[in-house]
Design a protein around this ligand. Structure first.
Ligand SMILES: Cc1cc2nc3c(=O)[nH]c(=O)nc-3n(C[C@H](O)[C@H](O)[C@H](O)COP(=O)(O)O)c2cc1C
Length: 379
């Protein structure tokens, strides 16, 4: 991210998010780092240290955290369904609160984006329809102890009854998050994972009440939002979408974005969130090289339909954040890779100091290297 002499003060005003007053508008978005303790996918002291370093952010969301064993699609990602995991997360929330930040848990279920080796009893992953994810790799553990990329396995279809059970699993995970000391939860409804698989006509070809019409495809989202809201309160929850509809490139089918009318799909989904009164909507924009911006009419439509806070992310520069803030489209701005590499990111932004860049080799799995050893700025 290039730094210039920008007036960054608008990013440093306090802002209300549900019941919380955030110290700045800079967000650490969910970032999978695959460093939980094995066996059991348990959050640990190393993770607490990593989050504590980055509690310079006004608002933080944990890495995707599986709500049940079948919800895992990559090796060593943490869970939030066992008592040991809840105890592990308490270390993280305690460390972050001591540094005066606010942290939500990102509740994650990967659905079909998984591999039999990550599933209980090496079963098939579960999904709305039996359509395998292609053009995507998952990260699995090997017997030699390392990690390796693999194609997702062929999923099996969830029965209607199992879909209702999953709604309750989200509610239970939200209960666990509160027990672990989180300030709230974010539902991962982005990037082609389970909720997104229900939303997309490409991945959802069901003929029960969860498939077919748009209202049916949005039913799972609606039920999960309602069930989680009953547990944590609508003002302590957010939802993350990745509309990504600037491209209809077939190679990105796995993201579930090949839809006849994504603008309509996502604006209808936003209306559900508005009705539920949730605290925020997080929008992950396309983040690959040369990614197109979201169309202006989409930013405007989201703002018109949603009265809560809006977080944007996806290759954001400080100047883009300032521009989107000044136009009134977004309220908070998340920086992913910059936060991986700069624990003191807000201070660097405030002072226009240069940024470290993130090392892709140490992103997923491994030790403290490339995790808690990124240097703070030295004058
Ligand atoms: C290593 C890595 C892990 C990520 N893990 C998650 C995740 O668990 N959940 C999620 O919603 N997004 C995840 N993302 C997406 C980021 O939250 C963010 O949207 C993306 O990195 C774009 O922001 P950036 O360009 O500032 O890095 C991940 C991104 C990276 C680079």
């Amino acid at each position: 991210m290039k730094q210039t002499n920008l007036d960054t003060t608008p990013l440093f005003s306090t802002v209300q998010l549900g019941p919380y007053t955030l110290k700045n508008r800079i967000v650490m978005p969910p970032l999978t780092r695959s460093r939980s303790t094995q066996s059991g996918d348990i959050p640990n002291d190393l993770m607490a240290n990593y989050y504590e370093q980055r509690a310079t952010a006004g608002f933080m969301v944990t890495e995707g955290t599986q709500i049940e064993p079948r919800g895992q699609g990559y090796a060593w990602t943490p869970g939030i369904y066992s008592q040991e995991q809840i105890e592990g997360w308490k270390k993280v929330t305690k460390a972050v609160h001591a540094k005066d930040s606010i942290i939500f848990a990102q509740l994650w279920h990967v659905g079909r984006v998984s591999h039999t080796s990550l599933q209980p009893n090496n079963a098939q992953p579960v999904a709305p329809s039996a359509i395998a994810a292609n053009n995507v790799k998952v990260f699995i553990e090997t017997t030699s102890g390392g990690g390796v990329l693999a194609d997702p396995s062929e999923p099996r279809v969830l029965s209607t009854e199992e879909v209702s059970e999953l709604v309750q699993m989200y509610a239970q995970a939200a209960r666990n998050a509160l027990e672990a000391g989180f300030d709230g939860v974010e539902l991962h409804c982005a990037n082609g994972y389970l909720v997104n698989q229900f939303m997309s006509e490409h991945t959802n070809q069901r003929d029960d009440q969860y498939g077919g019409s748009l209202a049916n495809r949005l039913r799972f989202l609606k039920e999960v939002v309602a069930a989680v809201s009953d547990v944590v309160g609508s003002d302590r929850m957010g939802v993350r979408f990745a509309p990504l509809f600037a491209s209809t490139d077939e190679t990105r089918v796995y993201l579930g974005l090949v839809e006849s009318n994504p603008h309509h799909t996502y604006i209808e989904a936003v209306k559900i969130l508005e009705k539920a009164g949730i605290a925020y909507l997080s929008i992950a924009e396309a983040d690959w090289d040369n990614a197109p911006d979201l169309p202006k009419d989409f930013y405007q439509a989201v703002r018109a339909e949603f009265s809560g806070r809006i977080i944007y992310a996806g290759k954001y520069t400080v100047s883009k954040a300032l521009k989107v803030l000044s136009k009134g489209y977004g309220d908070l701005f998340a920086f992913g890779r910059p936060f991986i590499a700069n624990p003191d990111l807000p201070e660097r932004i405030a002072n226009n100091w240069p940024l470290n860049s993130a090392d892709p080799i140490t992103m997923y799995g491994g030790t403290e290297v490339g995790y808690i050893d990124y240097p703070y700025y030295q004058k």
